[in-house]
Write a protein that binds this ligand. Sequence first.
Ligand code: A3P
Ligand code: MG
Ligand code: MG
Ligand code: MG
Length: 400
Amino acid sequence: MGTATVWWRARAISAGVGSDWRLSEARIRKTCISVSTRSSCCSSPLTLIVSSMPYEKELAAAKKAATLAARLCQKVQKALLQSDVHSKSDKSPVTVADYGSQALVSFILERELLSEPFSIVAEEDSGDLRKESGQETLKRITELVNDTLASEGSDSFPTLTTDDVLAAIDNGKSEGGPVGQHWVLDPIDGTKGFVRGDQYAIALGLLHEGKVVLGVLACPNLPLASIGSNQLHSSNEVGCLFFAKVGEGAYIQALGGSTQTKVHVCDVDNPEEASFFESFEAAHSSHDLSSSIAEKLGVKAPPVRIDSQAKYGALSRGDGAIYLRFPHKGYREKIWDHAAGSIVVTEAGGIVTDAAGNPLDFSKGKFLDVVSGIIVTNQKLMPSLLRAVKEALNEKASSL
Ligand SMILES: Nc1ncnc2c1ncn2[C@@H]1O[C@H](COP(=O)(O)O)[C@@H](OP(=O)(O)O)[C@H]1O
Ligand SMILES: [Mg+2]
Ligand SMILES: [Mg+2]
Ligand SMILES: [Mg+2]
């Protein structure tokens, strides 16, 4: 909630609507608008303020949090030690940087958005770090978080204790859902890519009444110049920060930079000229199925395989036209793997749906209940992509 919300709240309270800080923003907004039409003390400027300022403060806090978390991750990726990589109970990898990033983002959001009701749905939890065997790792994470905060310079941050770090990680225990506001955090999306030295992203979204209203994607290893094409790169610089607020477009700036540029998905309408992204990891998405879809569409270019929601970022600036994700049977998608990426792409003019063409529903808690897979492209290609996906899925079903 930004300045505008505080103002709406103040209006709601002074108009006798109530002083419950847990009133949803939408309710307060509605109430204030109706008060303004009835009461002379609360007249015309309201509409202007409402339309121009929502989520400003949240976006600034989210960009700061993701940028700092990216700095922590970069430090770890440079000097990744085998002892920094652990296995979770589902056998997926987690590193000191996943935990450190989650603790940092949680700490910064709470500090920057002081009095706001605060809920984060995040991937990691502190369970393993609270065990005897996790103590050394916890110390290392705490050092990393404190070093990163110290390198920020401008603010005087307190030195966090191991207990502070555990508490910050566990702020991410919220279940989400259709009511109120929830931050959605993937502290490192693409941990396998991170460990390999490849692409990864810090992905932070904000849900309001079950809809994504803001997203920030920090992609420390993504080139600032376009990828996935043959064009000669004018610069080898890496590190992109994508961000979007609902209704206001999507932007990119260099990670740590300040000049922002609006991004748009590409406007290719001939599938023969389109290229597509998919997971680097074949275990995360069926490469066979996407190759059959691409063939049906007439896509000529080979797949661009990269880890993480960097795919959404790259697509939002037109590096490629399509993103195909078809997890193997039984896998349930999580909201933190798509919240930030999907708003960046939709605000850049793209469409994100499941394989049946339904919009993604972020209001159901931690999981996304999608039909068969997730597909992303521009408005022009979506109808033919949906037809190709349907055909390929039918063929696959009849071959089983
Ligand atoms: N079997 C599986 N099928 C599909 N996705 C999976 C998977 N196992 C893990 N993932 C998810 O795939 C994400 C990475 O996506 P990508 O393949 O695009 O890089 C992982 O995010 P984390 O790395 O945050 O755990 C994880 O949530
Ligand atoms: Mg992830
Ligand atoms: Mg992750
Ligand atoms: Mg993970």
